[in-house]
Design a protein around this ligand. Structure first.
Ligand code: CAA
Length: 283
């Protein structure tokens, strides 16, 4: 399976990061979003990241220009007709993802692999709406994509071995380490990370300590780059809640119940860094 042309659906934080690392690795990239302005915002983030690399002497101006030249704009899903792989990084909503995959299945050539960057929705359920479930796979990048080395490569129930191999190879080519994961709620990353974050929120809710103390313990005591409450704000509290709900429902164990304080913050619109306020306030 020869992958040369990559289409990325969604030019947000994750999609623009994925487009950047693909273009850096020499792939031709079609970056798709529903509106011009979303594409432009994604491209601006990529340009800023590359400018920083130039400033730090990690890339030349010429390399930066070549990487940017490999990225083309798309506002039509019909552009999937030119892609060898589509990596979907749209919103974390099953109905929306299924609708996108149905359209991609109808448009993309038979050889095209359909990958999703979902952080926790079942790959098998997304694959089931297509006529090619053997070509559907999870490619879960970590945020911030240009910095984090890991990609979870998730096999749906029907994913073919050759599709897994092609995606594992592509991941290596992107300079990332891929780990093979089977399709269970939260995969590995969020099955372990989110209960830790949820527990940190319980510790705050029960008055065990202040938010700063909880974060300091995990940062300085366990050498995590960010404390769990800071990380929750960085991920987005709505995303954290949605992942906890998927774990709770999918695994049926009360140990995954979302903390009431997390629900309260989300209900208040305190979604973390992106909304200006979560556990901390952002200017
Ligand atoms: N895009 C590109 N580069 C970025 C970046 C971004 N959004 N954010 C930081 N960087 C780069 C910086 O430019 C900097 O590069 P230089 O070496 O050129 O200076 C480097 O990363 C380090 O950044 P900072 O010095 O500003 O800050 P830091 O040392 O605290 O690192 C961090 C920032 C990499 C985000 C670090 O705090 C970290 O690793 N945090 C944890 C991240 C994490 O856990 N991610 C997983 C989230 S969970 C997930 O993604 C899965 C899910 O489904 C929810």
């Amino acid at each position: 399976m020869n992958i040369e042309k990559v289409m990325v659906i969604g030019a947000g934080q994750m999609g623009s990061g994925i487009a950047q690392v693909c273009a850096q690795a020499g792939f031709t990239v079609i970056l798709n979003d529903v509106k011009d302005e979303f594409f432009e915002r994604g491209l601006a983030t990529i340009t800023k990241n590359l400018a920083r690399d130039v400033e730090k002497g990690r890339k030349s101006e010429d390399e930066k220009a070549q990487i940017l030249a490999r990225i083309t704009k798309s506002t039509s899903i019909d552009d999937a007709r030119d892609a060898d792989i589509v990596i979907e990084a749209a919103v974390e909503n099953m109905e929306i993802k299924q609708s996108i995959f149905k359209q991609l299945d109808a448009i993309a050539p038979a050889h095209t692999i359909l990958a999703t960057n979902t952080s926790s929705l079942p790959i098998t359920e997304i694959a089931a709406v297509t006529s090619r479930p053997e070509k559907v796979i999870g490619m879960h990048f970590m945020n911030p994509v240009p910095v984090m080395k890991l990609v979870e490569v998730i096999r749906g129930l029907a994913t073919a071995d050759e599709v897994y191999e092609a995606v594992a190879e592509m991941t290596k080519h992107l300079g990332k380490t891929g780990v093979e994961v089977n399709d269970f709620p939260g995969f590995i990353s969020n099955r372990i990370l989110l209960p830790m974050i949820n527990e940190a929120i319980y510790a705050l809710y029960e008055g065990v300590a202040t938010k700063e103390a909880i974060d300091d313990v995990m940062k300085m005591g366990m050498n995590h780059p960010m404390g769990p409450l800071t990380l929750a704000d960085f991920i987005g509290l709505d995303t954290c809640l949605s992942i906890m709900e998927i774990l709770h429902e999918g695994l049926g164990d009360s140990k995954y119940r979302p903390c009431p304080l997390l629900r309260k913050y989300v209900a208040a619109g305190w979604l973390g860094k992106k909304s200006g306020r979560g556990f901390y306030v952002y200017e």
